[in-house]
Design a protein around this ligand. Structure first.
Ligand code: SF4
Length: 315
């Protein structure tokens, strides 16, 4: 089903698609599109990627919802924790998730670092005395293999460990080519953290991509975002955790939704999030249970939602 058919089935989308797209591009991969039912307004995959009129009316959303700007000593790099930094390889992704903080990037700014900016970010990371660089974005796998491998090689040996945060194995599984896997395998220790929110995202094509990584000795973890109308249901979260572990992927983080401007309709309130998480903890084994965390807007870094909520109650 292409966009014209979707709009025939969903006239509600037609009224605002152009306005929403002008603010944050609507972009979906073929592979993800084939797993979703775009004609169904309740479809948990379609909800993540199709435009919604509520994106245009979100007075409480923030432009920098996790406080990255105050923790960025050089462009394209975020340093919030003593032992690791985030290096933003690009702002591009294969698909755009409507809830992502990426939507607040200024469209007038460049999508990729210049060579000089990348040099400066790598130099900072090499000199920071850290254990790990997390390659992020956007999606670092939206860059070419040669770029990715070159950055890893230039970080070594000063930075022993590399982590790649990517949604590509889920959204664009054919990006996980033999050449990519071999390049990462040769550069271990490299950890890959994918991003899957709902068990229906796990197709046969995705399974094959995850297996290629795991079979090469690359540990794979998953992070999810708790999203209203997508996975704010203990049955869905339990099924997701178990489905990931069956595939050899450890559920790592369940993120409380960031207060991204334009994504307020995805937010689950904190008390309900904690109640859901406690029910999940009762339901699944430790391997299948991610850590439920929040990344506050003051840039202080991730913390457990239960501790954050307790602190809020005290203050
Ligand atoms: S950075 Fe990740 S969550 Fe954000 S739009 Fe890209 S793939 Fe989606």
């Amino acid at each position: 089903m292409g966009r014209p058919e979707v709009l025939r089935a969903r006239p509600d989308l037609d009224q605002h698609w152009v306005d929403v797209d002008a603010e944050f591009q609507v972009k979906v991969t073929r592979s993800f599109w084939e797993r979703m039912d775009p004609a169904d307004p309740a479809d948990p995959l379609a909800r993540q990627v199709l435009p919604d009129p509520r994106e245009l009316d979100d007075p409480h959303g923030l432009v920098d919802p996790v406080g990255d700007a105050v923790r960025s000593p050089v462009p394209w790099l975020v340093h919030k924790y003593p032992d690791r930094v985030l290096l933003l390889m690009t702002k591009r992704c294969h698909l755009y998730c409507r809830y992502c903080f990426r939507r607040t990037f200024d469209p007038a700014e460049a999508e990729d670092p210049t060579p000089a900016e990348l040099d400066a970010a790598i130099a900072y990371a090499r000199g920071a005395g850290i254990e790990e660089v997390i390659l992020s974005g956007g999606d670092p796998l939206a860059t070419r293999d040669a770029t990715l491998f070159d950055v890893i090689d230039r970080l070594r040996p000063a930075v022993p460990r590399i982590r790649v945060h990517t949604r590509a194995p889920i959204t664009r599984p054919d990006r996980v080519t033999d050449a990519l896997v071999e390049g990462l395998r040769a550069r271990r220790p490299v950890w890959v953290v994918v991003h899957c929110n709902h068990p229906r995202e796990l197709s046969a094509e995705v399974d094959a991509a995850l297996s290629r990584l795991i079979d090469a000795g690359i540990p794979v973890l998953n992070q999810s975002v708790l999203l209203r109308g997508v996975n704010d249901d203990v049955d869905v979260l339990a099924e997701l955790g178990r489905a990931l572990v069956r595939r050899g992927v450890k559920p790592y983080y369940l993120h409380h939704t960031d207060r991204v401007r334009g994504a307020g309709h995805f937010t689950v309130d904190l008390e309900r999030g904690v109640a859901l998480y406690r029910a999940l903890r009762e339901r699944v084994d430790g391997l299948s249970l991610p850590r439920y965390v929040i990344d506050p807007a003051d840039g202080s870094g991730k913390m457990d939602v239960e501790a954050f909520l307790a602190g809020q109650r005290r203050s």
